[in-house]
Design a protein around this ligand. Structure first.
Ligand code: 5BU
Length: 478
């Protein structure tokens, strides 16, 4: 099949869509290519697989095993495998915690070369995820084949990892052919072209920052300084926080869960010089008023710390927008950062966008919790990390108990559930030490509540936590 026929067939089955589409990255695109629909057209599917096979065979020597990137490319790889009697392996997308717990299914031996098959590439991140799992199982990857190269950086990114990209068709060729076939009118063509131009340089995380391999992500080994992280941060508050931490030499956040405004303010002023963040739950303050916020803001700027309202928003976008901006608390007006759950799905983040655009505030995604039996684990945690990556302008970091490989350095990792002398409370809280979470588990900021505010000498206790957490940070750099 030639390219002209291929494009006609894709257009006929509605695999090429024109309109307004929200991409995985949140960007709106006037063109969307959905190759999943090819499973309903088996002849076309096998023709596509054949074109891809021929492309690789022309340019390189065909590796002896194929592996599709889940899910869209699985049928393409299968068709290729059956037509050419080329064995296939399959990468699991989700962790399996029973049976053999294999990451890669199929028969292979270490050192076997595998052709990675994907429907289309934008930045190359999904391909790299599969490559990494194949490599982790001892397999070698030198070549990647796709039907469509969207020309948004994947070729260069894959080359950096020593991978050669073969594509049957590029986005430019697709647009050209559609135009020649009279399927794109002038205004649409202009829209598509300006979109492609504007989005040519999509960046992908470096290999060390790629999403965690299922099933058992380990903390990454190399640590950057907070100064370096400030430069990588994609959210302004994340950058500000890293800078404050570096300047004040403190990665201590204090959770001031006191119920009278004067108590909170007194403690804030007394420990302000020791902390980078003060965490509030304003809905537990009996005599909350706007004056409280006003005073707290003054103390925060006097001591150079940020205010974190641990509101744990969880509703649909429209509701959280009101909860954030309106009501008694007007949180958006004063909080530098807030926490959100992901149960409602990624659109919750849209509820914060208008306000965040103006203030630069940061969202902290609840990737893991400190309490016993927490359901924020496994695939949920992975999805939260993915949500953060897809919205890295608004998301400043994660609340988590460990640094997972997929948590890239632009994010701040903050960990509650910290106390020197207790393992937990009677209501499910579980504690670790500053050294354990910062040095062993690789998180950045410790959040200490009762360990400090219930101590008879909160200021000197805060200094002890600060010193312990900072020493753990310094020692992990070495
Ligand atoms: P503690 O007194 O150090 O146990 O207080 C911990 C604080 O952190 C408290 O404000 C909690 O609401 C908050 N927290 C937590 O303990 N565990 C979590 O997983 C999350 C927040 Br998220």
């Amino acid at each position: 099949m030639d390219l002209n026929t291929l494009v006609s067939r894709l257009h006929e089955i509605n695999a090429v869509k024109l309109g307004q589409f929200k991409l995985k990255s949140g960007i709106m695109s006037p063109i969307y290519i959905d190759l999943r629909v090819t499973v309903s057209s088996p002849v076309l599917l096998s023709q596509i697989a054949e074109m891809m096979y021929q492309k690789v065979s022309q340019d390189s020597s065909m590796p002896p095993i194929v592996c599709g990137v889940p899910y869209t490319a699985l049928p393409i790889a299968t068709a290729m495998s059956i037509a050419h009697d080329t064995p296939m392996v399959m990468r699991r997308k989700e962790a399996k915690n029973y049976g053999t717990a294999q990451l890669i299914e199929g028969r292979y031996k270490a050192g076997d070369n595998v052709l990675v098959v994907e429907d289309l590439v934008t930045s190359g991140a999904s391909v790299l995820e599969t490559v990494r799992d194949l490599n982790a199982s001892g397999l070698v990857v030198t070549d990647v084949v796709v039907l469509l190269d969207r020309q948004q950086g994947a070729r260069q990114e894959l080359a950096k990892h020593g991978l050669k990209l073969h594509s049957v068709i590029t986005m430019e060729e697709l647009i050209d052919t559609l135009t020649k076939q009279g399927k794109l009118d002038e205004p649409t063509l202009a829209l598509v072209n300006s979109f492609l131009e504007a989005n040519r340089a999509v960046t992908v995380p470096a290999a060390s920052q790629m999403p965690a391999a299922a099933p058992a992500p380990k903390p990454a080994k190399k640590y950057l300084t907070y100064e370096e992280r400030a430069k990588l941060a994609t959210n302004p508050t994340a950058s500000k926080l890293f800078n404050i931490m570096a300047t004040k030499k403190t990665n201590l956040a204090v959770a001031v869960d006191l119920t009278r405004k004067q108590e909170v303010l007194n403690l804030a002023d007394s420990i302000g010089s020791e902390i980078c963040v003060l965490k509030t739950h304003v809905d537990i303050i009996d005599d909350y008023d706007q004056d409280f916020v006003h005073q707290l803001e003054q103390i925060a700027s006097k001591h150079n710390f940020l205010i974190f309202e641990d509101r744990k928003f969880a509703d649909i976008g429209n509701t959280v927008k009101y909860q954030f901006e309106s009501g008694v608390y007007h949180i958006s007006k004063w909080a530098h950062m807030v926490t959100i759950h992901g149960v409602a799905g990624p659109a919750i983040i849209d509820g914060f966008r208008d306000s965040i655009k103006q203030t630069g505030a940061g969202l902290l995604l609840l990737a893991q919790m400190s309490s016993k039996g927490s359901l924020c684990v496994g695939e949920y945690t992975n999805q939260m990390i993915e949500m953060g990556k897809q919205n890295s302008d608004a998301v400043m970091g994660f609340i988590c108990q460990e640094r997972l490989e997929s948590m890239s350095d632009n994010f701040v990792l903050m960990t509650p559930g910290i106390q020197f002398n207790s393992k937990g409370d009677s209501m499910g809280q579980q504690y670790n030490t500053p050294d354990y979470v910062v040095k062993e588990k690789g998180t950045d900021v410790i959040i200490v509540g009762r360990g400090i505010y219930q101590n008879s000498e909160p200021k000197s206790e805060a200094i002890k936590y600060k010193q312990a957490a900072w020493a753990a940070y310094e020692s992990r750099l070495n």
